[in-house]
Design a protein around this ligand. Structure first.
Ligand SMILES: Nc1ncnc2c1ncn2[C@@H]1O[C@H](COP(=O)(O)OP(=O)(O)O)[C@@H](O)[C@H]1O
Ligand SMILES: Cc1ncc(COP(=O)(O)O)c(N)n1
Length: 504
């Protein structure tokens, strides 16, 4: 892509996380108002912000009192947000009185946010007033500045300045009149009608043609409906960002509110009309698990086998290998076992290649398998050419290690298999690099040490560590634990393998 095309794409693509401002009243029990809005915005994928219009002493049983701070302070809050943050959408809830409405109106005209959803809050579920009766006319006029209004049946009646609808058809007709009169989309909510459905309809009578999109949902038998209207409108504002078709955004938010109403019972908050569970579906689908990064796993796993590494270093075999004092027959006996090991290790590497999810990994494990066989052949040619070890049978350490690897192959789980394959790369490369300073021209095991201290081996080890730890970072907790166990077991087998030639 050219630089211009990249920039154009960045300008036209929806911002990944919409910034959504709620202008509303409070609910200290967290189920309605601003507290519900912030949860809804987050649950629908947005970054939530909040300007408080009124402080409401309320709970799930009802409203106790309302405190409206000075309007000048409301203006300061609104400007503090818009002077700093580019706002993608605004949801407006409780406005309390005419002065608050006037301040919000002036700000809306000046700032012109791209999306405005107005929930014409008038009366709480408990029946308490949240808008002074003398402010209804001002709220009606504010509807002209919104893109979508989300009235329930009593609120729709007040917007229409008519008696409340008693049937769903009357509701739709009334919504069409409000839509045409104020030039706004109306999401009419049938939640307050009797019956076993909770139908909603998006009504657009702003042009010459009438468009009605119906959303049928079965009514959920519950008393946990505190804050449904607040939640629906703020979730909708969030989902409208980025030019999403309103009919589609309503469908999405409706499915979300239904699962959140259904999950409300789990919360058991308060003794009245309880809140909905804004994250019920999300928590169920994704869980609450956190995941470590690949580099954290790298450190944790390496530290986790510190004692095994220290025990390997302390083995007489390793000490003799380092200072060159190791007896020749012990070393050749070890190599004969290693040659047996490498043939099956190569098969396990080939299985990892066959199971690999990406071509890069497939190629990597195939190359490692080939390298392993080549190493086996070279061992025979250089150290074991005299045939003295030709009939060697695998000892119990070799059998134990290979059984572990071949069992992981048989399971067919790529992640645990590559975790089991890793210690052979990592421990040998580490030992090679640490023994290298002790090698010299006359050192009897110089070629062995230099093989494992080689830059090519370091590169392959780095790649293997990368593939394994990235797979572990992607895995869920159980999968990651199974990988770690397979890795530790292989490291322990390496210890037994190094201990075997000298009988520990
Ligand atoms: N018992 C219920 N079962 C299913 N959906 C419901 C139920 N109660 C409300 N809803 C839905 O929740 C949303 C908010 O509706 P409503 O309760 O009418 O708003 P408000 O809180 O403004 O009165 C609507 O989509 C409505 O259909
Ligand atoms: C501050 C505030 N705003 C709105 C509502 C309405 O709640 P509901 O969504 O249940 O109608 C409320 N109870 N409190």
């Amino acid at each position: 892509m050219s630089a211009e095309a990249t920039r154009d794409a960045a300008l036209t693509a929806p911002r990944a996380v919409p910034r959504v401002l709620s202008i509303a009243g409070t609910d200290p029990t967290g189920g309605a108002g601003i507290q519900a809005d912030l949860k809804s915005i987050a649950a629908n994928g947005g970054y939530g912000m909040a300007v408080v219009t009124a402080l409401v002493a309320q709970n799930t049983r009802g409203v106790r009192s309302v405190h409206v701070p000075p309007v000048a302070f409301l203006r300061e809050q609104l400007d503090a947000v818009s002077d700093d943050v580019e706002i993608d959408a605004v949801k407006i809830g409780m406005l309390a009185d005419v002065d608050v409405i006037a301040a919000v109106r002036e700000w809306l005209v000046r700032v012109a946010p791209p999306i405005v959803v107005l929930d014409p809050v008038m009366v709480a579920t408990s029946g308490d007033r949240l808008l002074r009766a003398d402010a209804e006319g001002a709220l009606r006029e504010l509807a002209r500045l919104a893109h979508v209004v989300t009235p329930n049946i009593p609120e729709l009646a007040i917007l229409a300045d008519e008696p409340p609808a008693t049937t769903w058809q009357q509701t739709l007709d009334q919504a069409a009149r409000v839509s045409a009169r104020f030039g706004v989309l109306v999401l009419a909510k049938g939640g307050h009608l009797d019956g076993d459905t909770a139908p909603d309809a998006l009504v657009d009578a702003t042009g010459p043609e009438l468009f009605v999109t119906m959303y049928d949902a079965s009514r959920i038998e519950t008393t946990n409906t505190h804050g449904t209207g607040c939640s629906l409108s703020s979730g909708l504002a969030t989902r409208l960002v980025g030019g999403v078709e309103p009919a589609r955004a309503v469908g999405e938010v409706k499915r979300w509110i239904s699962e959140s109403i259904r999950g409300g019972g789990e919360l058991a908050v308060g003794g009245g009309n309880g809140p909905i569970h804004h994250f019920a579906g999300m928590w169920q689908r994704a869980g609450l698990e956190t995941r470590p990064t690949a580099s954290e796993i790298r450190t944790e796993w390496w530290d986790g086998i510190r004692d095994v590494r220290e025990q390997i270093d302390a083995l007489p075999f390793l000490m003799g290998l380092g200072d060159g004092s190791l007896r020749d027959d012990a070393f050749r006996g070890y190599l004969a076992q290693d040659a047996l090991y490498l043939r099956d290790y190569a098969r396990a590497l080939a299985t990892a290649s066959a199971l690999a999810p990406t071509v890069a990994e497939q190629a990597f494990w195939a190359a490692a398998s080939e390298g392993s066989i080549t190493a086996e052949l070279e061992l025979h040619e250089s150290w074991l050419a005299d045939g003295a070890y030709a009939g060697t049978r695998p000892d119990s350490a070799t059998i134990g290690y290979l059984d572990h690897l071949l069992a992981r192959c048989a399971e067919g789980d790529y992640d645990t298999l590559i975790a089991a394959l890793l210690p052979c790369f990592w421990l040998y490369q580490d030992i090679g690099v640490r023994l290298l300073p002790r090698s010299h021209d006359a050192h009897p095991y110089r070629s062995w040490i230099e093989t494992y201290a080689d830059a090519g081996i370091a590169e392959m080890t780095e790649a293997a560590v990368g593939f394994v730890t990235q797979a572990a970072a992607r895995a869920d907790e159980r999968g990651r634990e199974a990988m770690r166990e397979a890795f530790v077991r292989s490291a322990e087998h390496e210890l037994a393998f190094f201990a075997a030639p000298l009988g520990s």
